[in-house]
Design a protein. Sequence first.
Length: 155
Amino acid sequence: MRLILAGFLLLILCVTMLSKSVPSHDANNQLVGAWRLVWLEEEGADGKSQRANCTGQFVFTRDGHASVQVMFGNRPAAGAANSAPVQYAQGGYEASFGTYKINAEGKTFTYHVEGALVPALVGKDLPRAFEFSGRQMIVKSTRPEEHWRVAWEHY
């Protein structure tokens, strides 16, 4: 009987230790992987939110690296001047890579840009809020002057 009890306690100890060593479904594990852009909402000239014609991909690696690319459907022709203010995109294309750190309690991550199509972004920390809704991750800036939201879905 003692052998059975000892075996049972050992089993409970092993299960407890295993559950602590196996990653849970925390925010970091939920972010990891490749995401396709579902929709992007941005503020129009009239101040109202509108969906942009675009496609894109966001990739988060388990070791804290990330890259994002977005191509807008209304890209200017090659050689044409881009009259829109350049913040994240140039010539109708956004591309950057870097690292990220998660604040799971605040449901935010900070994307540190190491390289980008827009040189002014290099070295910047871009704070982002995120939330999960079904298979989608909704991301928006935490900066009050930026009024956009993006929905990403796991491939």
